[in-house]
Design a protein around this ligand. Structure first.
Ligand code: KIV
Length: 268
């Protein structure tokens, strides 16, 4: 059943009531129209779009302009949904002023409801500042893809006791700074559970196990649009890659055989 009118408050209530939050990434108008007709609660316009839409090797080349373009396209397709838009790499690292300007563009031009940024307690002051400027912020901890070079690859984070404790402390600081939710990516299930239990705000997991308050996945993975790439944390619910290729083969064959277009596809 589709929940209506999701807000930052609804999400807090959902956590209190033990109702899981479903979040999916989305990058374009057509997909946003489909998402808005489904039971999904929240859309994330992720900078993962740089990888699955533009074919970048990682999320680092994504710009604020690209994020604004994707976010407003999604908004046109999903006028009533709660949208979180990613602040891309280096868009919140230079200065407080530049951060407000970039986050403000995602809200004003992109028409997102909120922004997401990656990082721990170092960014707590910035999260307070954005929140005070009426820009709701979702945090993101664990395997934060913009720090790929620090991690040396897309690896599970927080396996060691000291790193796990640091992640718990970071999560608390992000909550205290005013974030309305936290994405936890690629962390051991037991650590994710501890973080969920120690926070008031909802924790949305991706590769963080079933105990999170909600889950987020990349829409291309959920639909199985790339059957050459399937990490353990994702589930293909539709197998669309094979279906798309078959449909395109059928179309191409009919064009070559002269069986498309027919009379019903033609005009007098
Ligand atoms: O950009 C993105 O899609 C994300 C999710 C993986 C959480 O940040």
């Amino acid at each position: 059943m589709k929940r209506k009118n999701i807000t930052v408050n609804t999400m807090l209530d959902m956590k209190k009531q033990g109702e899981k939050i479903s979040m999916i990434t989305c990058y374009d108008y057509t997909m946003a129209k489909l998402v808005s007709r489904s039971g999904i609660d929240v859309i994330l316009v992720g900078d993962s779009g740089g990888m699955v839409q533009a074919g970048y090797e990682n999320t680092l080349p994504v710009t604020v302009d690209e994020m604004v373009y994707h976010t407003v396209s999604v908004r046109r397709g999903a006028p009533d949904m709660f949208i979180v838009a990613d602040l891309p790499f280096l868009s919140y690292h230079v200065s407080k002023e530049k951060t407000i300007e970039n986050a403000g563009r995602l809200i004003q031009e992109g028409k997102a409801n909120s922004v997401k940024l990656e990082g721990g307690s170092y960014f707590a002051e910035l999260i307070s500042h954005l929140t005070a400027c009426s820009i709701p912020v979702c945090g993101h901890l664990g395997m934060t893809p913009q720090s790929i070079h620090n991690f040396g690859g897309f690896r599970v984070q927080g396996r060691e006791t000291d790193k796990a404790q640091k992640m718990i402390d970071d999560a608390k600081k992000i909550e205290d700074a005013g974030a309305f939710a936290l994405v936890l990516e690629l962390v051991p299930r037991s650590l994710a559970k501890r973080i969920c239990e120690s926070l008031r705000i909802p924790v949305i997991g991706i590769g963080a196990g079933p105990d999170c308050d909600g889950q987020v996945l990349v829409v291309n993975d959920v639909l199985g649009l790339d059957d050459t790439f399937r990490p353990k944390m994702v589930k293909d619910y539709a197998g669309l890659a094979a279906k798309v290729i078959t449909a395109l083969d059928n179309y191409s064959q009919e064009v070559k055989q002269g069986t498309f277009p027919m009379d019903e596809n033609s005009f007098e």
